[in-house]
Design a protein around this ligand. Sequence first.
Ligand SMILES: NC(=O)N[C@@H](O)C(=O)O
Length: 529
Amino acid sequence: MSFKRIEHTDIPNSELVKCIDLTSAALGSSIVAVSDEFFGKAENLISPASPIHKPDHFVDTGYWMDGWESKRHCRTHDWVIIKLGFPGSLSGFDIDTSYFIGNQASAASVEATFALDGEDVESKNTKWTTVLPKVDLPPNSHNVFVLSKSAPVCTHIRLNNIPDGGIARFRAYGNVNPILPKDPSDVIDLAFVGNGAKITQVSNQFYTPASNLLLPGRGVHMGDGWQTNRSRQPGNSDYVIIRLATKGHILKIELDTSHFKGNFPDKVTLQGTNSAEDIPPLGSKWTVLADNVETGPHGLFYFDSLVPKTAFTHVKLIIIPDGGLKRVRLWGVPEGGKIPTLPIKIPSLLNKPMMIAQPLTREDFAPYGDVIQASSGIAVTSANQGTAEKYHQVGQVINEFAKGRGRSHLSVFHCRPITEIPFTVKLLERHPYSSQAFIPMTDGRVRGYLVVVALNGEDDKPDMKTLKAFIASSTQGINYREGIWHHPMIALENETDFACLVHESGIPKDDCNEVDVEEVVVDIPGFHA
Ligand SMILES: NC(=O)N[C@@H](O)C(=O)O
């Protein structure tokens, strides 16, 4: 596989400008295995955010580094396996050693494989193909490589870190290889990056890129949307051009202004056209799909297309005079598909019940368990020769296993934060014979975590009418009563360790029952992941 090295500043003039970063966590890509991450977590590699530097900032392993860094003296080489959010073909890479000086990886190589769901890519039988041979990595630099021809479609990438050391970010530029529904009459989001749609032109992306508009989910803060600067020019408008996943009929437009509360656009207009080019040439005929529609703060807004029977390859989204949008969804059917009865309903958050998480209090949580906290209303006495106060029996530790079958265990859950807010509850679990306590052990970076609970129904399933969501602070622990349905721990913003006390028998059905539930969307005021 031949390649050429280019300057990072030359990306806009290279093939890579037509690509997206297929390894980005924003696309749902994730780390599935890593040989060693002693100094810095491998998941930093795929953060959409640029790396930052905190000179002379130390953590218990050494210098704090914003990147993946393995420990010294590896006898062979380190490696990390990344599962792509969407299968795609690779065109180039940026192996970024920013801020790694003296501890950067000396060299790297890249391999790829196509693995069906469930295949064990760590198996020795996995066939990895080298798509970038070993290349040297200078310190503190973007190392950008363009392949002479795109590599075959892959689902996983293995980055080899030779022999060891640090890499701040890894960008694998390419294009999604969409898997569209077999039935062309299925309604899909024609503007979704996972279906192969792309932004091909944008007038202004001063704060954050327009490519964010097509990402999965609703993101976690304003920074993962598209935002222009304040135009100040009378009559200004800004725009993006979306090359649709495939030529199709747009039936319903979804504009998402999540987290844009004082800077959403005054008005939005959408137009469609047809072109074989990535960017429709000047003089292309644009047809209005939605004309000067109004949105609002932090929400989802829907508009039926004015021309559902016309198929387009491109859509221009115009915001007047400027501002920000989180996502745009263009629900429709590919050309050749049957246009359903209009107006359509769409599978979105709008159609799912929503709830707002509330601050955790002893009183509100009482039907579900205990709040472990030194709080008023608890019997308290002086202790430790007057140097402490003891808050008595803040919770009940319950063991209802038959005699001798349930042993109490202390464990620690190291929880990674959720990456999407609002959060969608899809499953709940319970421990039929034991209470379960979680007590956060925070390093000061944790503001809180999300607790979702429900009582047991007459059908011995969660009673969704009793579903509640609480925001627990970092000074509150919780103790689920035995049999109470709850979502597995949900960390917010930063990784969080929880001490856990539960009784277990080693018999799975007696220790934990898990069930899928009707999806409920939980908004979490004041938090972003
Ligand atoms: N992160 C960090 O401290 N790294 C250095 O100590 C090193 O490369 O050993």
